[in-house]
Write a new protein. Structure first.
Lengths: 488, 486
């Protein structure tokens, strides 16, 4: 209804939306296995039937090449959906827990229950995936959901609003489109969980808003993901993987895209040579004209990136690329060497097709460089040296880590995907998505035998002795105590 | 306090440096610290009992049962499980991903802040410290100033038994707390009330610091009717132990109020009264069978709960207050008005309201119309009721036929939901709460799916579609040119 859509979504609208969804949740709509499966099947059908629309919208918003759109968004979303459909029965089952001497006799289990009404705030770079993936988790866990897609990817935002209304249960799943005002109105409400993907700056705002209502949050943020390149590698394979992770992934506009490279002074020339060669293989002599590369999402981000390049001390460090076309919002794959640490491009997350290379005397120094910055979402190492791999794992803290490749850990559903420190808190994917939108309730069943009078007042020294034997784990004493041989 | 603030930054820097040096990550360091805690608990036992008696009038048996004993158990568990907890967990990969390997590697967060509470000043301070140390972090512990003897003993003994360059106790009240919250931490673990919980969470947002909040709430005890007198006596003891026996009701998981079917209420009341006399005696303050109220402020707060005349008139047992000694008798009330503060605020004291319902099943709606509690207790043999409580209510935890004891279990998580908090600990959950689980994927540089890379074409797309759906046969067909991208 066009009239309703034109109405401003303010705090009142947000409050009544939450009230409505809470009503649905409290009525038990979303809790049953059947409902969750029906919604997940709805999502699967939606992706299958409307794949073309999704890919078209991604092209409209980001000039995303079809293969990239398929692999990184459509396929991943479908995979997440299929996995949830397959495993849901298993995930929903209570987990039996062992019990120990201290609570004997008893039995215990951990029951997963939904949190209630949850808010998912998505972002613009993988606008379809980063909306649907958490929503799948929220639904699988039995919650009512409100999704707020990013306005910076308007075609997908509108498409999601239309599709979710068409394919899913509107009484419990809704989309709110809009920008800062609408998001602020949503953040004033009391949610049972907020899942946010985006920047650390807005992450702080989300967490502060959540704090007022004691709402738990998962924050999937970003950071400067470093790539350390050792000389001890198959350079061509390594370079191809770096290029794929950087420029074939939304043109560097990804939270886990390689942000900068660190290698030794000796090895750098070789690395640069192979980069130059492989970049041409991938994108041709004139990469700006290549159809295989996404564009920069908006004028604002285009200006931000060109500003990074045009700073003094930076522009003269460009050795490959640097060309730009404002009309097409495209910037060529650009490589820089040894840009000073105090420049913007070395301080803030680049999120674009610019790749600075830092050179060091020996590779161990790279650890200090990385540790001097805040913890990134991902860290990458290309090396066959087992000791260096071990040191990398032990000394670098990051959300996730990949040895000898980039990006791919995102596709492994048995690995938790999330950040640490400035790159975020909480994780998802696979069962971790189900868990992140669940409350794990501990249930303890106690029997009526084996009571120890030592628990209760009136207290006596004898009782104290008895208590000590019970917690000592000494089998003989415990047996005697339970048989009543150590009386008070 | 000025001294503390002056030294704060340099002190924290020293703790951060200890972490950066890698010392706290070593298994040997973690073990030595845990052993140090074990020795502390053994050697300082008498002083701990004395401090708890001073702060709360606790009998040493209660102190052992609730604090020293559970801590000893937890340290022993951490010591015996440490190697297991510290090891990476392999993650499954689909065959198509061969020869990659995937694992989840637990690593410490860095420098963590633990803010403790006054009611179980040793337990609630050291239980999280055990987790933080086992996970390899540097720690600052801020005990509650409302339990000064305990806070002081902790400040004195921790530096003696543990590595003072990596584990520090900072004493003080709200002002110190504020200073601490302005610093950058890698994790904050807070035990206390919701009001301060909000302040902690808001401060943490500035640095995107992850937080665990162990808060409180009104923990209800649903009391079904029992036919066997053996059972009746046992559960009555457990109910009373779960209220008056738990720091005089000043515990986040103490039974706050009872829900019972109106027909059974008179029987329940009689049982409660007679057992209260038996367990706590004529003079509970002298025999220390029940703890006292922590301070005048809380005493007056509790007194106020009873001042309302409609609440006063509902007292059916006890009600005696000794302001000089900060002691309140075990007190039972029958159906105080639901709108009175005693039924809207967390009681946190030895006042036990009994609320009667037409049917025991009405307790579900009663509980659901109130904020989620840290624990729900149900005393029943009715399996249907048990199932309904689990699936139709939400709380941090549910315990059947007992109370408080879930605190001593280390295979189930201890934590809240909604207003009662988020995050959890005890057992391995303590280790996990102070850990970052880093996902690691290792790939070989030998094999490659060349169709991963641009320039893109239909052929590559068809191959990718097959590979992603693990359709090996389809993959082969495309490769051989026998199937096209549809």
């Amino acid at each position: 209804m066009p009239d309703e859509k034109k109405k401003v979504f303010d705090v009142e609208s947000a409050a009544s939306l939450v009230k409505e969804l809470r009503g649905s949740f409290n009525a038990g709509k979303t809790k049953s296995y059947e409902w969750r499966i029906a919604q997940l099947k709805g999502i699967e059908k939606m992706i299958d039937e409307r794949e073309k629309d999704i890919i078209e919208a991604l092209h409209e918003d980001l000039s995303k090449p079809e293969l990239e759109a398929f692999v990184s968004e459509v396929s991943m979303s479908k995979g997440a959906c299929k996995l949830a459909l397959k495993e849901l029965g298993h995930w929903m089952k209570p987990e039996k827990a062992k019990t120990s001497m201290t609570t004997y006799p008893s039995s215990a289990e951990i029951v997963s229950e939904p949190l209630g009404v949850v808010l998912v705030i998505s972002t613009w770079n993988y606008p379809f995936l980063l909306s649907i993936d958490p929503v799948i988790g929220a639904i699988a866990a039995g919650n009512a959901v409100v999704l707020k897609p990013s306005e910076i990817a308007p075609a997908i935002s509108t498409l999601l609003s239309k599709l979710l209304e068409e394919y899913l249960d509107n009484s419990s799943i809704r989309v709110v489109e809009g920008a800062v005002a609408e998001t602020t109105a949503l953040l004033e409400q009391k949610w049972d969980k907020i899942f946010y993907t985006g920047s650390p700056r807005v992450g702080r705002i989300v967490m502060a808003a959540a704090a007022k209502h004691l709402t738990p949050v998962t924050l999937e943020l970003g950071g400067k993901c470093p790539v350390v390149v050792d000389s001890n590698v198959n350079l061509q394979v390594a370079v191809r993987r770096i290029i794929a992770g950087k420029w074939a992934c939304n043109n560097g506009q990804a939270c886990i895209a390689p942000d900068y490279v660190i290698t030794t002074k000796d090895f750098a020339p070789k690395l640069i040579d192979v980069l130059r060669h492989e970049l041409e293989e991938f994108f041709g002599k004139n990469p700006i004209e290549s159809e295989d590369m996404s564009r920069i999402v908006s004028v604002q981000h285009f200006k931000r990136l060109t500003r990074l390049l045009d700073e003094d001390e930076v522009s003269d460090k460009i050795i490959i690329g640097g060309q730009r076309d404002e009309n097409q919002l495209k910037i060529a794959p650009t490589i820089l060497v040894d840009v000073p640490e105090d420049t913007e491009i070395m301080k803030e997350e680049i999120f674009g097709p610019l790749l600075p290379i830092l050179t060091v005397e020996n590779l161990e120094e790279s650890f200090d460089v990385i540790n001097s910055k805040s913890k990134p979402l991902a860290a990458y190492l290309f090396s066959e040296n087992k000791q260096l791999q071990k040191d990398f794992v032990n000394n670098i803290s990051s959300g996730g880590m990949l040895i000898n490749d980039t990006i791919l850990h995102l596709t492994v559903s048995s690995l938790p995907f999330g950040g640490v420190g400035e790159s975020g808190m909480g994780s998802y994917h696979g069962k971790f998505s189900f868990d992140t939108f669940s409350h794990k309730k501990a249930v303890l069943y106690r029997g009526f035998t084996g009571e120890s009078p030592a628990r209760y007042p009136p207290y006596t020294p004898g009782k104290l002795k008895l208590l000590k034997t019970l917690t000592s784990g000494n089998i003989v004493s415990i047996l005697l105590a339970l048989l009543g041989f150590s009386k008070d | 306090m000025a001294e503390i603030v002056k030294h704060l930054e340099p002190d924290l820097e020293e703790l951060r440096e200890s972490y950066r040096s890698g010392k706290t990550k070593e298994a040997s360091w973690r073990k030595s610290q845990l052993k140090g805690l074990l020795t502390l608990l053994k050697e300082q036992e008498k002083d701990i009992f004395k401090a708890l008696e001073q702060d709360l009038g606790k009998h040493y048996a209660e102190s052992y049962r609730d604090e020293v004993g559970t801590l000893t158990k937890s340290v022993n568990l951490a010591l015996s499980s440490l190697k297991d907890w510290m090891s990476s967990r392999k993650a499954k990969l689909p065959i198509a991903a061969f020869p990659s390997t995937a694992e989840v590697f637990p690593e410490p967060l860095g420098l963590v802040l633990i803010i403790s509470s006054w009611n179980f000043p040793f337990g609630l301070s050291l239980e999280p410290v055990i987790g933080a140390i086992a996970a390899g972090n540097s720690v600052v512990l801020k005990p509650s100033e409302l339990a000064p003897a305990s806070s002081s003993l902790l400040a004195k003994t921790i530096p003696t038994y543990l590595d003072k360059k990596a584990v520090k106790v900072i004493e003080g009240g709200a002002a110190i707390g504020e200073h601490l919250l302005r610093c950058k931490w890698d994790k904050i673990f807070f035990t206390g009330n919701a009001r301060v919980g909000r302040i902690v969470l808001t401060a943490a947002a500035n640095y995107l610091t992850p937080v665990t909040l162990e808060l409180g709430g009104k923990c209800p005890a649903i009391f079904d009717s029992f036919s066997s007198s053996w059972d009746k006596e046992m559960v009555i003891k457990r109910v009373l132990g779960g209220k008056f026996g738990a720091c005089a009701g000043q515990a986040c998981i103490a039974i706050d109020y009872i829900l019972v079917q109106e027909g059974f209420a008179p029987t329940l009341l009689e049982l409660l009264r007679s057992m209260t006399k038996k367990m706590f005696g004529e003079n509970p303050r002298e025999t220390k069978s029940m703890a006292r109220i922590i301070n005048k402020q809380h005493f007056l707060r509790l007194k106020n709960l009873l001042d309302d005349p409609s609440v006063q008139s509902s007292i059916v047992h006890g009600g005696g207050m000794d302001e000089d000694n900060l002691f309140i008798e075990p007190t039972i009330l029958m159906n105080p008005p639901l709108k009175a503060s005693i039924m809207t605020d967390e009681i946190f004291g030895p006042l036990l309201p009994i609320i009667t319902l037409k049917k025991i099943e009405d307790s579900i709606e009663f509980i659901n119309s109130r904020p989620k509690a840290l624990a729900i207790y149900v005393f029943t043999k009715n399996e249907t009721l048990k199932r309904r409580i689990i699936s139709e209510t939400s709380s941090g935890s549910v315990t059947f036929n007992d109370a408080i004891i879930q605190y001593a279990a280390d295979t189930i998580p201890f934590g809240g939901v909604g207003e009662s908090g988020f995050g959890r600990y005890h057992g391995k959950f303590s280790f996990d709460t102070f850990t970052h689980e880093k996902a690691i994927l290792r790939r070989s540089l030998l094999t490659e799916f060349w169709f991963r890379f641009p320039p893109w074409n239909d052929f590559k797309l068809a191959l990718t579609k097959s590979a992603y759906s693990f359709d090996y046969f389809g993959f082969l067909l495309v490769l051989l040119g026998l199937k096209k991208n549809s």
